[in-house]
Design a protein around this ligand. Sequence first.
Ligand code: RIB
Length: 279
Amino acid sequence: GMTIKATKTLGVLVPDITNPFFSQFSQGIEEVASRAGFIPLIYNVGTQDTQSTNYLQELVRRTVDGFIIAAPNVGLDIIHQYLDQNKVPYLLMDQSASDNGDRIIAGDFEGGQKATQYLLDHHHRKVAVILPRQHSNNIDKRLKGYQKAMINAGITVDSDWLIEHELTKKGGYEAAAEVIESGVSAVFAINDEMAIGLYRGLQERGKRVPEDISVIGYDNIEWCQYVQPQLTTIEQPIIELGRVATGLLLNRLKTPDAKPQTIKMATKLVERASVIDYQ
Ligand code: RIB
């Protein structure tokens, strides 16, 4: 039989509940968890490390059965101290821990490459990427995908084309000045939230998307269909990521000694109206 503890709760830590990515992700978690009789406790840990440490400590004390940690700012040292040492199972998204746990590979490298290649295919050569200063593992892979595509096209990436701001709409908004300054004709925004913020920043500075600057995003949150122009982006199977993460964690709770599993997910390009050919 099952040897799991009786609380039947899962702790879920996300970095930003205002980002619809994490609402959809949580929806996937909730679906699979509730079907198995578990209740997910979802926490917005923000970007403060102390806050996430408190949540972890407190949830472990209250004997949460397992964790899904999708907040890359929850440090591996803290995870080791509170989870590994107390033998609490967990699944990490967006950062790779010890290589011996269950893992989801979300195709970030290919996704970054695909986004950039799409801009190159539209004859853009000066392509900026807007991304956060702190590169979590997934963001770093998207960046590597961008670099790979640029190298393959024989383009040397100018350091002014890597534009760092926070991973929010505000960050994207603030990137607009540097984007214009850099003289690029296209931008790969590392997530849709940044792309949407960038839209406004560009617009306020009299630049039109896509006539003056083409923009591609990443995630395919629902907003992409409601902004003007509709945002071309790289789709992640967001709800499915939540489902799969939960499935892996629940399996781990049932059979703690099973061989670690790695599940690969794929991204896909969603063409809309924010990218046009460079003339
Ligand atoms: O939009 C937020 C980002 O956080 C997503 O791209 C997702 O991969 C997560 O890392």
